[in-house]
Design a protein around this ligand. Sequence first.
Ligand code: GLU
Length: 466
Amino acid sequence: MTMLKTRFAPSPTGNLHLGGARTALINYIVSKKSASSKFYLRIEDTDHERSKQEYTDNITNSLKWLGLDWDENIQVQSKRSSRHQEVAKELLQKKRAFKCVCSEEKITNQRKLIRENKNYSKKICTECKDDIDIQSKDRDYVVRLDVPDEGNLKINDTIQGDVSVANLQLDDFILLRKDQSPTYMLSVVVDDHDLGINYIIRGDDHFINTFRQYYIYKFMNWDVPQYAHIPLIHGEDGTKLSKRHGAVNILDLKKDGYLKEAIINNLILLGWSNNNEKSETIDLKEIIENFEISNLSKSSSIFSFDKLDFFNNFYLRKENGIKEFINFCESDIELNKYLQKDNTKMKNIFNVYKKDIKKISDLNDSIKVYFDENYKINKTEKLSSEFDIIFKKFLNLIGEIDDWNRDNIQIIINDFLKNNKIKFPVLGKPVRFLLINSYQGPSISDIFVILGKKDTIDRLNQYIGD
Ligand code: GLU
């Protein structure tokens, strides 16, 4: 198998969101299919105004949390400007790039003609390159790539297939700005080449850039990498996934109590399915074994939060769920206090509620109720007279339970219902209400176990005291 070098190259102009995480995940998986392959991380911070250190931190922390570790040091684009400039100079020397001094006004006018389809050719500057005086200037110029006018360029993309574009449709884009700072279009190619990247997997919003960037590789006599442009993910309303659809940033999802296994499982099934498998749940190891990028769908996929909730619930219920819950609580000031106070109670709450929750933070309100030392029954509720008749008897009975465990409690409740010829809801619903101020929730024997004998009886006694 060829040694593949893949990379994830985010711009630190925002937090890592689901779309970016999916691109990183696919690059990571492809690189993990063979022991000799590598996965690199590059921070593309050439947009000085919008790039922020906090976003770089967010991106690296998100990737680490997801377990998508990169090989070697992070490549930081802004630190490599002189290398980018060196390549631009070489292209100038080879006459594959040229200096341009066109005025803003002229450029705006050219762009307008192109936009209005009056100029089929997308070339912005047609005169500077043949002007000897301009080409011998030593400042106040931008450097543009001399992309040919004639012919077509065909690129084979693993996902998009063979796609041809007329060279006239490619612009003579800028490599160095007037202050001689390199543009993303130049930097990305130089950095990928220097890292030895031979497989570029990125969002299909960059597909047209590939045709432009191809000419830098060609003019420098560098090997052109293989490309795979993956379709973007959309929200359920068909528009590009954004904040409007819910939490889409990875660390926000972490904060809500989503597990990385659920996020990865959900992301990888967007546009890909694990052949022959009935179950949709798949772990990273199995994904690495079975995933083939060439089987990824060409059309955009819809991200569904219901699906994410489904996977998260599945992973929370698994053996490891309790460990994840404890980790989650330890990293939260408030929840950690409860954990320190009564670790067993916290574990009981999780074990009883896990089947019904979508994310760990769904438990926050319930935890508060169980730990409330000043718990008060919501007085506005009037319980049935049928309940009032049996309640004291029930309270006396449970007061006698010595071994306060779920099975014992369950037997006592069942016998009580049978002996008094009453249906469960007559007893169960009001008791649940008295204990947690809600008619909905777990079985009362589970609530008894979570609260323990003393709290259960104290809370129920409040009703007697009324
Ligand atoms: N920095 C670009 C972005 O965040 C990605 C460039 C690339 O993958 O080639 O959109």
